[in-house]
Design a protein around this ligand. Structure first.
Ligand SMILES: *Cc1c(COP(=O)(O)O)cnc(C)c1O
Length: 391
């Protein structure tokens, strides 16, 4: 009999989600608006900005949307990106980071990663800005990603962005619960985006959010997300709108999920510690971890890099296939965007870091619902695959 599947990252309900859904049914708020939507936005805002108060500068905004991709699309619109502009984007990421650039008729310019966090390289970033501007290009925004929950080099990236006065759109889809120097990821950029897709650290079955610096921008995002209706008793439109609002049912799931977010973060961090222990004595295998104590990763997915020159020839694919044989899901890292057929013509600035990580990297089962028995099955595969190394 085949063993049950161990997933990379699967939905993990906390238990109170049904209460909020029931409330939506009781009040007949089965729509893309309602008390759960407002409540979910408030929950996220209080989580991201714990010290924010209405009297203080606490005017930050959170708009709940139908997906993280929708949030990125609206962030680009609010940043003023138009057809013919350029937008800089981390190459090693999920395609959803880059696709909305193309929706707007703008051109993505892809940038390599640095080795410590595998995120946007500040040196290549500055080189790209200089060269594209020298060519007369209008570089309108920078999309920086906290990949797999690991914060990017916040200070260095934002220093470069500020020097050239280009807004940062912070793709925090994988990094809810991560922080840098005690401040939550999603709050550093001119805009921050979150995702609540089924495989993310918390889920609404599908959903996202846009984090803005003020209430006015939030209202503008909601206006665009609800078909851009002017104030009038009839339907009148002066701008092109979208249908991007989150439903009150999905937001109900989100409210329940916010109650267990910190638990999910600590479990995923435990999984990362579990992998670090397992691979501690294996030469040539590196489990990615925070460069120093300024970084706090939610470790949405634990990532390892396998250097076959140092493992006696054991390759990433050997481990992936050994997992597959035991019905355990693992996956290579995101294939960089500049290597994707659809982006073959986009400019790229780099020197091989993300290409190497793509060749050597593997994402490991990291869900907050993995059991002790799952861990034993995972450890058994690893021990078998690296037996030569471990004895
Ligand atoms: C999941 C994800 C997105 C998109 O979020 P959706 O809610 O699936 O649209 C964007 N960027 C990154 C890095 C992601 O992992």
């Amino acid at each position: 009999m085949q063993k049950s599947k161990i997933w990379l990252s699967s939905p993990h309900m906390g238990g109170t989600e049904m209460k909020y859904i029931q409330d939506a049914f009781d009040k007949n708020w089965i729509a893309p608006l309602g008390p759960n939507v407002a409540g979910f936005e408030e929950d996220i805002k209080n989580y991201l900005f714990p010290s924010s108060s209405p009297e203080g500068g606490g005017r930050e905004g959170v708009a709940a949307l139908s997906s993280g991709t929708a949030a990125l699309h609206l962030a680009l619109i609010l940043a003023g990106v138009k057809a013919g502009d350029e937008v800089i984007c981390q190459s090693m990421t999920f395609a959803a980071s880059a696709n909305p650039i193309v929706y707007l008729g703008a051109t993505p310019v892809f940038i390599d990663s640095e080795e410590e966090t595998l995120n946007l390289c500040p040196l290549q970033l500055e080189k790209a800005i200089k060269e594209r501007q020298a060519k007369g290009k209008n570089v309108k925004a920078i999309i920086a990603v906290h990949l797999y929950g690991m914060p990017y080099k916040v200070e260095e990236i934002h220093r470069v962005a500020a020097k050239y006065n280009i807004p940062v759109i912070e793709d925090s889809a994988e990094a809810l619960g991560s922080s840098y120097k005690g401040r939550k990821c999603g709050t550093f950029g001119e805009y921050g985006i979150l995702s609540f897709n089924g495989n993310k650290i918390i889920t609404t079955s599908g959903g996202g959010a846009l984090v803005t610096r003020n209430e006015e921008k939030k209202q503008k995002a909601i206006f665009l997300a609800t078909q851009a209706r002017d104030e009038a008793p009839h339907y009148q439109h002066s701008e092109i709108g979208y249908n991007y609002r989150l439903s009150n049912i999905s937001a109900g799931i989100g409210r329940g999920q916010m109650e267990v977010l910190d638990k999910h973060v600590s479990f995923r961090r435990d999984m990362n510690a579990f992998y670090r222990d397992l691979f501690a004595d294996v030469p040539g295998v590196k489990v990615m971890q925070e460069p120093n104590n300024d970084y706090f990763s939610n470790h949405w997915l634990s990532v390892l890099l396998i250097d076959k020159e140092k493992t006696g020839g054991i390759r990433r694919e050997d481990l992936r296939l050994a997992f597959e044989e035991e019905n355990i899901e693992s996956r290579p890292l995101w294939k960089p965007m500049h290597m994707q057929p659809v982006f073959a013509n986009a400019p790229y600035f780099g020197n091989g870091v993300c290409e190497k990580a793509f060749a050597e990297g593997l994402c490991l089962p990291s869900g907050s619902n993995l059991t002790d028995e799952d861990r034993e099955r995972i450890a058994a595969v690893i021990n078998k695959c690296f037996k030569k190394q471990l004895t």
